[in-house]
Design a protein around this ligand. Structure first.
Ligand code: RTP
Length: 148
């Protein structure tokens, strides 16, 4: 089963959107396979966003991510990386469609509530960084309500 890394950013936690976000992924039919509330330090945030280190917004992005606790999660399911990005919506909330998380709950690109891995390869890297012990495997207890 495909896995992705999803993070509710500090604004999402402070605005009380954690339950709403979890609910959207659950109702879609994805499986929660890891979750923790944590406050990361600068070095960790810089590592997570290393690919963006040359961007002009890198410093403010890191400040944002370390400004408060985040909820780090692993979600699993068919095409969860691509579909997860669709549930989240476009990076800039001005362009995110209504019905997406960012389309419904955000107005600023620098306060866009949630992160989701943009490829299967990056999902693997991000899960390894945030969850060194890996996912919680509970497939054996699943019944075939959603997947064949
Ligand atoms: P994320 O990694 O958080 O899921 O976001 P993304 O793939 O949709 O967007 P990406 O280009 O990777 O940017 C990462 C995060 O940086 C902030 N950002 N600020 N001020 C700006 O122009 C700007 N552009 C991006 C956003 O918080 C974005 O989610």
């Amino acid at each position: 089963m495909e896995h992705t890394f999803i993070m509710v950013k500090p604004d999402g936690v402070q605005r009380g959107l954690v339950g709403e976000i979890i609910s959207r992924f659950e109702k879609k039919g994805f499986y929660l396979k890891g979750m923790k509330l944590m406050k990361v330090d600068r070095k960790f945030a810089e590592k997570h966003y290393a690919d963006l280190s040359a961007k002009p917004f890198f410093k403010s992005l890191v400040e944002y991510i370390i400004s408060g606790p985040v909820v780090a999660m692993i979600w699993a399911g068919k095409n969860v990386v691509t579909t997860g990005r669709k549930i989240i919506g476009a990076t800039n909330p001005s362009e995110s469609a209504p019905g997406t998380i960012r389309g419904d709950f955000a107005v600023e690109v620098g306060r866009n509530v949630i992160h989701g891995s943009d490829s299967v390869e990056n999902a693997k890297k991000e899960i390894a960084l945030w969850f060194p012990d890996g996912a919680v495997n509970w497939e054996s207890s699943l019944r075939p309500w959603i997947s064949e």
